[in-house]
Ligand binder design. Structure first.
Ligand code: NAD
Length: 382
């Protein structure tokens, strides 16, 4: 299947949809933008205009080009009109399977036969969504990261029936919009990055409880000893506890073994302490500007994060054992999606593979199967 993509319809103009629409139009595509209310589309168009004006201010774009880019997006509420002549539909409606089901049935009765379908879901099964449509072979996951204008990674996830032409189309599309795609070969809960990231947030809370460590001790160790761009609690607050709670629930629903949920995440979500955006999550934030938590190398030296590293490595190992991606793609995804400054398995080697496996065995003995070391780690020889 070789297809030429010219016209794209983006469904949903929220956090992700407006960013995806913007990067698509900046790459030269003609974009139709659809939401359920004109006022949502108006707000999203304002955001795109603002973002383009910032690029003009920084001399990354000329005003004339910004105007042309903006003119290539047409906001439309009527679904049938929005889908007219679309080569590719990118769906970015809220992460709720019942809503997605409804939306795909609606799309399917209005889309033209040539339209290929892509979902920006973070956690929902691509195969199940594809099965709701008349074209499961021409359906794919296209998981952009937030914000799509800045984050370089897109996970490309074929469903069980996606044809190989869809994979080629999706990889080419990502490159054309200036992104670096990583192929997630199997439709597994959390795909690649969230499979490593989400359980780690829960583990950090367990570490705090079990080791009597403070948040800044753990975060300092994560940043300075595990080569993360920031602490794990800090990263959770930055991502949003709503995003983490919903991803947890979906991943856990799909497979109980992939995550050991700590109730603190749901508690923060229920309390509406969603992180930086609400002024409080794990940490408290004052003022409008994003403040970094004060993390130091001195504090990092006071906490040994081997069990946290072990949980991250164990989930990464699971992805490799199960043929979800190869090692190079895994490291690329973690670098671009989580900002790791060093390869995860290089950090594992620094800590000593035996120490990491031993930490998992000890945790498994005390806290159960979730921690059982993956064969890839047990047999790891560098
Ligand atoms: P959002 O709530 O910010 O935006 C969703 C938009 O979809 C809203 O404007 C809503 O009005 C609109 N919508 C609802 N029903 C619709 C319909 N029938 N047709 C068209 N539009 C409709 O959500 P979001 O954060 O942009 O998430 C969208 C998708 O992207 C979800 O699947 C989510 O899992 C995924 N995602 C989110 C993030 C993130 O950090 N927010 C990151 C990666 C992927």
């Amino acid at each position: 299947m070789s297809v030429s993509i010219n016209k794209i319809t983006v469904l949903g103009s929220g956090v992700m949809g407006h960013g995806i629409a913007q990067v698509s139009t900046m790459a030269g595509y003609t974009v139709t933008f659809r939401d359920i209310e004109q006022s949502f589309l108006d707000k999203a168009m304002e955001k795109i205009k603002w973002s383009l004006s910032k690029m003009v201010e920084k001399q990354k774009l000329s005003q004339a080009d910004a105007d042309k880019i903006f003119a290539r997006i047409t906001p439309i509420v009527d679904l049938k009109t929005a889908l007219k002549d679309a080569d590719l539909l990118i769906e970015a409606v809220p992460e709720d399977m019942n809503l997605k089901k409804k939306v795909y049935v609606e799309i399917d009765s209005n889309a033209e036969a040539k339209t290929l379908y892509a979902s920006n879901t973070s956690t929902l099964p691509i195969t199940d969504m594809a099965a709701l449509t008349s074209r499961p072979d021409r359906f794919i996951g296209l998981h952009f990261f937030n914000p799509p204008q800045l984050m370089p990674l897109v996970e490309v996830i074929p469903g069980a029936k996606s044809n190989s032409g869809m994979v080629t189309m999706a990889m080419d599309f990502c490159k054309k919009v200036g992104k670096q795609p990583v192929l997630c070969k199997k439709d597994v809960p959390g795909f690649i990055v969230n499979r490593v990231f989400i359980p780690l947030v829960h583990e950090a809370v367990y570490c705090m409880e079990r080791d009597g460590a403070s948040m800044t001790q753990i975060d300092s160790a994560v940043k300075f000893r595990m080569s993360f761009p920031m602490g794990i609690f800090e990263l959770a607050d930055y991502t949003g506890l709503d995003v983490i709670h919903k991803a947890t629930a979906e991943m856990h629903l799909r497979d109980k073994k992939v995550i050991l949920p700590h109730p603190k995440i749901k508690q923060l979500f229920d309390e509406k302490n969603l992180g930086q955006k609400t002024g409080r999550g794990f940490y408290e934030y004052k003022g409008d500007k994003y403040e970094r938590v004060n993390l130091t190398e001195q504090e990092a030296a006071t906490y040994n994060p081997t069990s946290l590293l072990a949980v991250a490595a164990n989930n990464a190992a699971w992805l490799l054992t199960n043929g979800v991606c190869d090692r190079a793609e895994l490291e690329k995804a973690l670098k671009l999606g989580m900002g790791l400054k060093k390869e995860l398995f290089a950090t594992v080697q620094e800590f000593g593979v035996q120490n990491v496996v031993k930490a998992l065995q000890d945790l498994a003995a005390k806290h159960g199967q979730f921690y059982q070391p993956d064969p890839y780690l047990v047999n790891y020889r560098g």
